[in-house]
Ligand binder design. Sequence first.
Ligand SMILES: [Zn+2]
Ligand SMILES: [Zn+2]
Length: 445
Amino acid sequence: MKRWLIPFTVFLGAASLAASAADSIDAAVKHELPSLLAFYKERHAAPELSHYEVASAAAVAKELRAAGFQVTENVGKYLDPTLQGHGVVAVLENGKGPTLLIRSDLDALPVQEKTGLPYASSVHFKTASGQEVPVMHACGHDIHMSSLVGTARVLASMRKSWRGKLILIGQPAEETIDGASAMVRDGLYERFGKPDFALALHDWDDLPAGKIGMTSGFAMAMSTQVDITVRGIGGHGSKPEKAKDPIVLAAQIVLALQTIVSREISPFDQAVVTVGTIHGGTKRNIIPDEVKLELNIRTYKESVRKQILASVERIARGQAEAAGVPADRMPIVTLIENEFAPALFNDPKIAARIGPAIKREIGAENVLELPPVMGSEDFGQFGLDGKIPVFMFRVGAVDPARYAEAQRTGALLPTLHSPTFQPLPEPTIETGVRAMVASALELLK
Ligand SMILES: [Zn+2]
Ligand SMILES: [Zn+2]
């Protein structure tokens, strides 16, 4: 009954406003696209490792300042006092309303790029230990930076369509998952205000460009890092009987660790145990006295995480005992506390608002519901353990023709972190910016 009392012109006004907002996002993004593409290629060719994102942070800061934001640099305090925080915080206030945080990460990976692209990275970086490593944006954080700059420009140009406060974040050290917590530790919310919502996007290797993937609820797993120092007794390669070989022992530990997920964890619980690095020895005829293993553990439940940690400890020790390693040379298992990422819980209430908004912007057929993954992110840290609702959506990055071909032939597409990962920048950035702007306008109505 009541609705008949609302004047017809109100409906008309609201409808035409919505239509013009949708038109203008598309047009504004198209207008920015050539320069965003140039920005992307520049960043792609100049990747920087976690904790060393000096030029990436400066480039993002410069663009956000030019878009009219109040920018603060070098935000972030690590537990390791020798590391500098290169976080960027950009604020734009636009009247009374909610506060929205939108985050991009800045860092790249120690991967030798093999895409053969004209703007491929040939960057090498000398680490603190003097080791020279290749660097590549193999996770697409350059896509995220470009999308953040695009989102900033478009939202700044559409100030009449939203109310509130925007806090845009250039976050360092996502790959080592200590950057978000470093920014929070440096007084992010005390200095710049606490957001009502936080959003982020991640490019995706299993989704064609032009599509957005949404997962409501638990979306990404907890990530736990563990080191094992396998100790033996060094000696001459020709006299194994006078030594305790930690290389053979490390190999047995690596294999035995595989039985945790296959034989100890319920098939109804998700878990991954990966030994990502194994380092030991200097010369073929020397039995070294130690080997280092670096493990990455993914889980959703805290109880499963605890169970795996106990199993790692037990297996390492048990294998060493079986090998006859003396009691004072037992393996040392170290949990890296400050490189822990909590599981990412995508707030269903945010999903219920931005899902329809993104569908209106890019078409319902281009928005897919995706299952959770075992990948991890430290973006969840911005939610302060569930106090602030957060949501991260995925942006398809694969060339649609290549994706269709792979579907047909069963060929494997390069995954994130692979030396041949190759997002198709133009439609990926365009879709990322459109989806993020539509989400922001919905949350800052
Ligand atoms: Zn990554
Ligand atoms: Zn990433």
